[in-house]
Structures are given as structure tokens and as C-alpha cells.
Design a protein. Structure first.
Length: 144
């Protein structure tokens, strides 16, 4: 199963405070373990919301709201995409991550085709597969 691991923002990340060299080294070592175990598919840190935007839908036209955004605990500062056998395995890996007191990280399963039921018709499955194949081909070209 795939899981999205969401690193919640803090006052420090929202202020644009970068990790220390030691924190970078610790996270790099943890990421290396994830890669070596074949778990990590992707992972990145995000700029503070002061550099972002939200688009709110529902009116005549979508409304664009410039950051920064409030409610720091509801914001995301970074993410990983992991391939694991179970939510329990993801939890065990995450418990080893080099986070500090009061840091919060959320693990959420990514929908699989099986989760989508009958409304995800064979035609829609084929369309999705074509898009995935296209992405794979495009990404292979970038790596060359």
C-alpha cells in the first residue's frame, strides 16, 4: 500500500527557519534507510505558506487567497510518499524518524484502484493507466 506521510508545520517552519546542519544530517540518514528498504517513493520539504496560495472553489469564479495562512497545526511543511505493507509498518518506520518534541506527522493511506469500487469503470481504469504510463515515460526522459 502507498501512504502519504504529512509533516505538519510549526511556528519555526512557517517563519522560514531552516533545519540545522545536524538536523539535515539526521533526516538524510533516515531518508537513506527508507530508500535502502525500498519504502521511500518521494519526499520533499515545502516553503512556508507566505510563499503559497490557496484557491477556493464555490462561487462564480475560484477565489485566490495569498499566504501566509493561519492555524499552523493544520498546515503541511513537508511530505513523503512511501510504499509499505501496512499502516502498522508505516507507523513503525515513522516512530524512528528524527523529529523533536511537539512535532506532529500524519500518515494517510493513498487510495488504490480496489478502494474506488464500481464507479471506477474499466474505461476510467484504462484512462488512469495511460496517464501513469505517460508520467513514467516523461520521468524516464528527465533522468536520462
Amino acid at each position: 500500500m502507498k501512504v502519504m506521510v504529512l509533516v505538519k508545520a510549526t511556528a519555526a517552519t512557517e517563519a522560514g527557519q531552516m533545519p540545522t546542519e545536524a538536523e539535515f544530517q539526521a533526516m538524510g540518514a533516515f531518508n537513506a534507510q527508507l530508500v535502502e528498504a525500498g519504502i521511500m517513493l518521494a519526499g520533499e520539504g515545502l516553503h512556508p505558506t507566505s510563499r503559497g496560495r490557496r484557491v477556493v472553489f464555490g462561487g462564480e469564479r475560484p477565489q485566490v487567497i495569498e499566504g501566509p495562512f493561519t492555524a499552523t497545526t493544520e498546515l503541511v511543511a513537508g511530505f513523503w510518499l512511501w510504499q509499505v505493507r501496512s499502516l502498522d509498518e508505516a507507523t513503525e518506520w515513522l516512530k524512528r524518524a528524527p523529529f523533536g518534541p511537539q512535532d506532529v506527522v500524519e500518515i494517510r493511506p493513498v487510495f488504490s484502484e480496489e478502494d474506488l469500487g464500481d464507479t471506477f469503470t474499466p474505461e476510467l481504469r484504462a484512462q488512469e493507466q495511460r496517464l501513469r504510463d505517460r508520467l513514467d515515460n516523461d520521468n524516464q526522459g528527465e533522468r536520462a
